[in-house]
Design a protein around this ligand. Structure first.
Ligand code: BTN
Length: 330
């Protein structure tokens, strides 16, 4: 027996209860039960479960139940309520706290979880960034990992961090009207500081991919005081930059919608249209940079990204170098 289906059946009935409550002003337990095809005791059980998650549900004798407010959390039922996708986020594994959504998603993928499954958490105790760095994950951010199973060769996977970067930047622009930029390979930059990052990992055989897990971390409503001292000068959050709280639920819905649409474009038309989009969002192309990779440092002008997603650098001596991994500095 696998754990997944059982979890999803429970979530679905709770979701249905919530959906019915969203549509009604007041609705009696009896009517709710008839609508959902369950007993009044079961209705009470799901209402109790929703309350324990932070939903305020009034119950009034003679009138029934009424949804007063929803919690500020990334609960699957909140995300699914306005989700425009057909693949990504149709199954969501939610955690208040987890070591790393990336590790949980990889474990689920190895057990056969469907393409599009999302693992999401309010906080992470062992969040990971690129190059083995720690990704500090206090409340108020978005920490999610998405399982994809593209039918491509492992050598083509370098494009996925860039696809995800474009999705994240476009989603932030849609929801906040900020103008994010992308720093190669996939830092999300707002007002010159890092507001998000992407970690892409995969399991593959020589000629095919088993799964790719795209991990996205965004400092959304994160307070400056929650950034560790060593990154306080280079990190920012969307809230800091737009001066008001940003709906994390809407942003997650938008990220999933943007990524799904880019993923479909990629499958239909290849990487080229996304490469063009990435370059338009980039703050790296045209800049003089210094790239550190594997203990080596190369300086030059970043002139392009190629069809694989690699950065093309014109070194100080004029020679072109193709870089597939590294950290870009000034
Ligand atoms: C980076 O810029 O170094 C990448 C950061 C990626 C962080 C995200 S948060 C969700 C997922 N879970 C992790 O442990 N890491 C990624």
């Amino acid at each position: 027996m696998t754990i997944l289906p059982k979890t999803f059946i429970i979530v679905t009935m709770k979701e249905a209860t919530l959906q019915a409550l969203r549509q009604a002003g007041y609705i009696s337990g009896e009517k709710l039960g008839i609508t959902l095809g369950i007993s009044r005791t079961a209705v009470w059980k799901y209402v109790t479960a929703l309350r324990s998650e932070g939903y305020r549900i009034d119950s009034s004798p003679g009138k029934g139940y009424s949804l007063v407010s929803a919690p500020d959390s990334l609960l699957p039922e909140e995300i699914k309520a306005g989700l425009r996708t057909s693949l990504l986020g149709r199954q969501i594994a939610y955690h208040r706290e987890v070591a790393s959504t990336q590790d949980t998603a990889k474990a689920l993928a190895a057990q056969g979880a469907r393409e599009g499954t999302v693992v999401i958490a309010e906080t992470q105790t062992g969040g990971r960034g690129r190059m083995g760095r720690i990704w500090t994950s206090p409340p108020g951010g978005i920490y999610l990992s998405i399982i994809l199973r593209p039918d491509i060769k492992p050598s083509e996977a370098l494009r996925f961090p860039l696809i995800a970067g474009v999705a994240a930047a476009q989603a932030i622009e849609q929801i906040t009207e900020l103008k994010p930029q992308l720093k190669w390979p996939n830092d999300v930059i707002v007002a010159g500081k890092k507001a998000g990052g992407i970690l892409t990992e995969m399991s593959a055989e020589i000629d095919r991919i088993n799964y790719i897990v795209i991990g996205i971390g965004i400092n959304v409503n994160t307070r400056r005081a929650h950034f560790p001292e060593e990154i306080a000068g280079i990190a920012t959050s969307l809230r800091e930059e737009c001066g008001k709280e940003v709906s994390r639920v809407k942003l997650v819905q938008e990220i999933l919608a943007q990524l799904e649409s880019l993923y479909q474009d990629f499958q239909l038309s290849g990487f080229e249209p996304i490469r063009v989009r990435w370059k338009a969002l980039s703050n790296t192309i045209g800049a003089r940079v210094s790239i550190s990779s594997g203990g080596k440092e190369v300086k030059g002008e970043a002139i392009d990204i190629d069809g694989d997603g690699a950065l093309i650098l014109r070194k100080t001596n004029g020679v072109l170098e193709r870089v597939i991994a590294g950290d870009v500095g000034d």
